[in-house]
Design a protein around this ligand. Structure first.
Ligand code: THU
Length: 150
């Protein structure tokens, strides 16, 4: 379900802790070129929370978004099953994940809940499903179902 209404949540709830994890990770953003600082936090199906921040590079193109940093950190820790991701950036309109991150999240996270929140209000500003943000996704199903090779 997609919602653009902020939902107040109990302090200390898993969602609020996930938001805090994303906000804390954002503090470590390396964004000297864009000055656009992003934090993300993934929650595993067992309740673990792993944060990430964007890490820019002087080549620009080698920059990695907060969402992929969080995901790759989680995978390196042996996590493979995810429930939701929180993304925080200081924008009036909630910042959604870029197209590349949507694709990579789909590969590992499936139809995650994607929660956009604001680092100052610490509130949720929008909730999506990844399948809504990445309709008709390409994934490994197509590789195994491909037509007979020549
Ligand atoms: N960025 C993210 O980390 N996540 C997003 O969802 C959007 C963009 C970063 C990449 C780059 O460091 C900066 O924001 C500007 O694009």
């Amino acid at each position: 379900m997609t919602s653009s209404h902020a939902q107040a949540d109990n302090p200390g709830s898993p969602l609020q802790r996930l938001i805090e994890t994303a906000i804390a990770a954002r503090e470590n953003a390396v964004a000297p070129y864009s000055r656009f600082r992003v934090g993300a936090a993934l929650e595993t199906t067992t309740g673990e929370m792993i944060g990430g921040c964007n890490i820019e590079n002087a080549t620009y193109g080698l920059t990695v978004c907060a969402e992929r940093v969080a995901l790759f950190r989680a995978i390196a820790q042996g996590q493979r099953h995810f429930r939701r991701i929180v993304i925080v950036a200081e924008t009036e309109e909630p910042t959604p994940p870029c197209g590349a991150c949507r694709q990579v999240l789909w590969e590992f996270g499936g139809d995650l809940e994607v929660i956009l929140a604001h680092p100052l209000t610490r509130q949720v500003s929008a909730v999506h499903r990844l399948s809504q943000l990445l309709p008709c996704a390409f994934d490994s199903r197509f590789l195994t179902a491909k037509a007979e090779e020549k």
